[in-house]
Ligand binder design. Structure first.
Ligand code: C2E
Ligand code: CA
Ligand code: CA
Length: 519
């Protein structure tokens, strides 16, 4: 059932006009009555006298007919008023409510916010504006279809509604964006509501036999601290939401004035990225991977690099922006094609090439055919390509689809490695059913290897389990001789890290090859 919302302005106008008309009519009737009283009009006597004199005119019947017409007119007017009310109801429903979630739409939410601001001004209280944006919602639409996506949006809206009081407002701004408006008599009232909203992320939604989790980013702006108008508060909450999206996913951020500057720098970086994509001003670096069995370099991991105005942008930041702006597929494909091309100049016949793939790119429906095309474009043997995926790419709601994709890749001959293993969901039970070749243990374990007995135990247990599952293990981030020796001792298969070799450009690798072959 819909919330009882504030009166819409058109409805208010009609009601005011009705009151005005009633007042005018009453006044006119009163004046006419006074005149009749003063003039002592003997209307009834005259009518009676007239009807007596004109007996043949059937005055009784005429009066009755006039009376019936009057009554019919009143009934007709009443029915039309009912029609008008229904029409108004329908029009306002369409104009002010979102048809998917039945929540107030953008225009009406902002109107409600304006009214709440006026009220807060009078009562000297505060209004909190919470901007919520669902993460990765496009994937839900792409995977389950728009009808199911709409259903999910509706259920999320309903659950959001239950986190607040009846007098507060939840609106849908459009797409996957919601707005929550709270009247705060006391600042302490905000934290419990934010906690309840945040906890919605732990709930699951059942879609096509799958339990889906909905994650979101949210930002809060408060009247009067962060703005005096609905537009200003919406903008501030949007900035805080965006900040939450690019920094700490899943956190609800309170707006601060410094956020705008950070975002400006980020917008700048985004537009620089677009230019870099057009001009393809990235390059690839390659880091060697060592076999601990025979001390040979068995392959290289391709790592993208972006130099902007003479400064290297941290790769993790580049990948994050590319993901947020929807360019990750383009960048991922560029890196894959470039790595396959570069490999022809430095990769030896018995060495493998590792290429990083983000979850979002992997989830694309034509991912397998993209890989197939890239391999045939460079005539690269599939068994020498290792795609590095993080566990998050596999631990998701479309597990069967993922298994199918991995099986197709494996059938092609391509190997799959699980990147950053150990820091994510770490569900070996789930991985055992998938055609995976290698686990890359995250550098946090390698770093703690020397000092921590526990981490040494974790890695050696992992190695035992991996051997059992027919997987090979590569330790990432090896920075010292000691770490390498320990890894050797506990039976790790491969290692990668600054101690073995830092990521190097193609030119450096080719140079090294030339000098080692004595050319
Ligand atoms: P990753 O896949 O875990 O890559 C390893 C990262 O650790 C690289 O950082 C590498 O330079 C760094 N590293 C290697 N050895 C050591 C070491 O001994 N000590 C320390 N402290 N760090 C070491 P980088 O190049 O900044 O890449 C960061 C992340 O960005 C990568 O993490 C990967 O997830 C992503 N990435 C890099 N290149 C690509 C790419 O071409 N495509 C995609 N999709 N993601 C990429
Ligand atoms: Ca990697
Ligand atoms: Ca890694």
């Amino acid at each position: 059932m819909k919330q009882k919302y504030m009166q819409i302005s058109l409805g208010k106008e009609i009601r005011a006009r009705a009151k005005r008309d009633l007042f005018y009519i009453c006044t006119i009737v009163l004046i006419l009555s006074c005149i009749s009283l003063i003039a002592k009009v003997d209307l009834f006597e005259q009518l009676y006298f007239f009807s007596r004199q004109h007996e043949l005119w059937e005055m009784d019947e005429i009066t009755l007919i006039v009376f019936w017409f009057g009554l019919g007119g009143i009934f007709y007017a009443y029915r039309r008023m009912q029609d008008l009310r229904d029409l108004l109801h329908e029009v306002s429903d369409k104009a002010f409510f979102d048809q998917v979630s039945q929540l107030p739409n953008r225009a009406y939410s902002l109107e409600c916010l304006t009214q709440m601001i006026h009220r807060a001004e009078r009562l000297e209280c505060q209004v909190a504006v919470i901007f919520i944006d669902l993460n990765n919602f496009k994937m839900v639409n792409d995977t389950y279809g728009h009808a199911k996506g709409d259903l999910l949006l509706q259920v999320f809206g309903e659950r959001l509604r239950y986190t607040i009081r009846k007098s507060d407002i939840v609106g849908r701004l459009g797409g996957d964006e919601y707005l929550v408006l709270l009247e705060l008599k006391d600042e302490d009232e905000l934290a419990p509501v934010l906690e309840r909203i945040k906890s919605l992320q732990e709930e699951s939604y059942r879609l096509d036999e799958n339990d889906l989790a909905l994650r979101f980013s949210a930002g809060v702006a408060i009247y009067p601290h962060d703005g005096y108008t609905a537009a200003d508060l919406l903008k501030a909450s949007d900035i805080a939401m965006y900040h939450s999206k690019v920094t700490k996913r899943g956190q609800i951020e309170l707006y601060t004035s410094g956020m705008a500057e950070i975002l400006y720098a980020r917008y700048q970086l985004e537009s620089d990225l677009k230019t870099a994509l057009q001009n393809k001003t990235f390059h690839m670096a390659y880091q060697p991977q060592l076999s601990l069995k025979n001390e040979q370099i068995i392959g290289y991991e391709a790592l993208i690099r972006w130099e902007l105005k003479g400064k290297l942008i941290p790769t993790a930041q580049l990948i994050q922006i590319a993901e947020d702006t929807g360019h990750i597929e383009e960048i991922g494909l560029w890196a894959l094609y470039q790595a396959l091309e570069d490999a022809q100049s430095f990769l030896q016949a018995d060495q493998r090439l590792g290429v990083n793939i983000t979850s979002r790119h992997f989830w694309m429906s034509d991912f397998v055919s993209q890989i197939q095309q890239a391999l045939s474009a460079h005539e690269f043997p599939p068994h020498r390509l290792v795609l590095e995926l993080t566990e998050s790419a596999l631990v998701c709601d479309i597990f069967d689809d993922i298994r199918e994709k991995l099986t197709e890749l494996r059938a092609l001959g391509v190997h799959i490695a699980i990147d950053d293993f150990g820091i994510g969901y770490s569900c070996l039970g789930r991985l055992k059913d998938l055609p995976i070749s290698c686990l890359k243990i995250d550098q946090v374990f390698t770093r703690a290897l020397v000092d921590s007995e526990r981490d040494r135990y974790v890695i050696s247990t992992l190695i035992h389990m991996a051997k059992h599952l027919n997987l090979s293990i590569l330790a990432e981030g090896v920075e010292s001789k000691e770490q390498l020796a320990l890894l050797h001792q506990i039976g790790c298969h491969m290692a990668q890290g600054y101690y073995i070799g830092k990521p190097a450009s193609l030119a450096t690798l080719v140079e090294r090859m030339k000098s080692s072959s004595g050319l």
